[in-house]
Design a protein around this ligand. Sequence first.
Ligand SMILES: [Ca+2]
Ligand SMILES: [Ca+2]
Length: 287
Amino acid sequence: MDQYVDASGLGLGFALWQVGANGMTTLVEGATVPRNGTTTTYTVDATLEYGTEYRWRGRGVLDGAYGPWSDLATFMTGPAPPPPPPAPMVPSDPQAVYIAIFESDWSAATHPTDYTDNAHYSPMIGATHNRSVQFWQNGMLATPGIENMAETGSQSPLDGEMQAAINSGMAGSIFRGRGLAPTPRLENVQFTATTDFSYVTLVSRIAPSPDWFVGVNSVPLIANDEWRQEIVISLFPWDAGTDNGPSYDSVDVDTVTAQPISLLQGDPVVKNGTVAPFGRFIFRRLQ
Ligand SMILES: [Ca+2]
Ligand SMILES: [Ca+2]
């Protein structure tokens, strides 16, 4: 413990203890400093811990002789401040341009049962949106927009449903692509996603068919705070649950009580006992 005295030889000694959870005290710091007028201040060098009890006391020092210690004084340090907020969970780029590639394998080789020479797909339609809206979903009843898309290939009124989501702040943009005719074939469509609308939904009708379509619902384009570079999704056939025809060229048999959207099973989409995918969507970031 260093000792200092002022010109008159009078100094003050201080000692500070930390009180542990078990009540044991540990000396944190002690010092002797020159007297400074009527108020002598000492600032400890040690960094004190949050939410911890400390005790201290002082005594006079004169020419190396010590007076009696004062009574112990006690104080409590304040609670720890809240941790800093986590870094924002958004990519540094506020938007990203994607190309959606629709690569169809559908042919007499992939789906030989009842294969039709007229096999094609209706024009693609999609939207960017947030988690507050789903335009279709496995187990959900088809909206009028999904029903008409799946039964006739029309982009309407699905585009109206997407526009309504834009108007209510749940979707960012609608994008439309060409159909695929004939198949197998490739088509693509570009769109721009933003951090506010970073999910993508895209559908196209399997045609001809009663009410079958390929599509994805709410694909997240951001992962680990970054725009995803490439996402490949196999396309299994969905049944919109709104027409009962059993095969591609069936005449319209409107379903009296609509059924939930479900994965299409059995003939004619099965080959060697399993449903064969019709192709894939590839979402690739361009910029
Ligand atoms: Ca119908
Ligand atoms: Ca059906």
